[in-house]
Design a protein around this ligand. Sequence first.
Ligand code: CMC
Length: 438
Amino acid sequence: MASDSLSITDNRTGKTYEVPIKYGTFPLYGASIRGADLKNIKVSEEDFGLMSFDPSFLNSASCQSAITFIDGERGILRYRGYPIEQLAEQSNYLEVAYLLLHGALPNKAQYDAWVHDITYHTIVHENMKEVFHGFHYDAHPMPMLISTLAALSTFYPASRNVMDEGVRMLQIYRLLGKVITLAAMAYRHTQGLPYVMPDNDLSYVGNFMNMLWRKAECRYNPNPVLERALDVLFILHADHEQNCSTNAMRVVASSQSDPYCSAAAAAAALYGPLHGGANEAVLTMLRQIGSKDKVPQFIKDVKDRKALLMGFGHRVYKNYDPRAKVIKRLADEVFDVTGKNPLIELAVELERIALQDDFFVSRKLFPNVDFYSGIIYEAMGMPSEYFTVVFAVPRMAGWLAQWQEMILDTEQKIARPRQVYTGVAIRDYEPIEKRSAK
Ligand code: CMC
């Protein structure tokens, strides 16, 4: 009997089955058995076989991935092996996007070509303005981004040929290039401002800022401190392994849907307040609390299950989210330029009290990436409805890297979970006049 295996005895039949254990890079983090191996465990030939029941994927690996590593117990996040802190300190978003997609940092020539190819795909078709004009003046920017990401598919029908490497690469350039333009258009629409053309002499982030904030000046010059801060925020948000939106990207793309519609599905998953929508929800929560003296009552409400402490807790992190640590430090640099956002003091007080309280300590609930990011975005001048868009823009690199990995993974098929049926076994159809009121 192999030592790296599991012996399972089915007490219904007395039979014992040997199931191999598979390891990833870290044997103590990611040992798994194949769910399909359980199917051999049957009480009879007609039996479908045993399944694992795991609502919400609490403990199921859906893929093998070499992109992002998280050790939630120790608060570790690495992209392709590089610690997030080093990347935040020394790299920039487009280099990180290259790393995620190609698996290694680029040399100078590769980097220059990469930046060029993305930069020269930032312009969207003129008709896209008409799509935006169809949205109500006060439409939430996230559904606008989601819809227009999907609408890109109508301009590039050849993108459906997802098994062609060249086609895939072209859509990667387009999605990374155009997501900043669409995101900025969504913002300008809500402000009633004319759309701004990309300025390809600016950096990726500088160009995004230009399309967001340029008014009547001939040339928009991004503030270098804010440009760098936004770049770091982009790095921190670029990927986060198999979260809800990445899973949506993989699931939708597993049917060989085109990457625009798959990315729209991923963005739709991100929109919810339990995922990327939490950054907006944090600001709403802080405003509702209002002042430091109301923090203890709010904490009591959370413990009484009347509210959630938004921006706290994580499915994987049972320690301080390493991204939140970087963001907290970044806040001061931004405030030196923008002036202090008064909500920061409330947030710090909320964190201080929560981290002393057994409710949060015993459940290992710590601030996540969304707890402080919104305060920075607000200081930069973004409205709270816009925060999740600023999460979605950089996450595009992660979605695309995970999409490409999935397409190239020969083990992956169309995603199709099973279920445990609990409904009525069988019954006969009754004509409507014979049905009782209940
Ligand atoms: N406030 C109060 N209680 C919480 C919170 C919170 N923010 N998060 C978790 N809990 C409690 C939860 O009620 C449960 O308690 P009990 O075991 O007594 O029933 C326990 O902690 C475990 O939580 P869970 O809901 O089973 O954990 P989950 O892995 O299903 O949910 C989560 C993870 C992020 C959805 C959740 O922590 C949450 O709703 N947080 C607030 C929303 C938020 O900040 N989301 C952003 C996540 S990070 C960015 C991203 O990647 O999207």
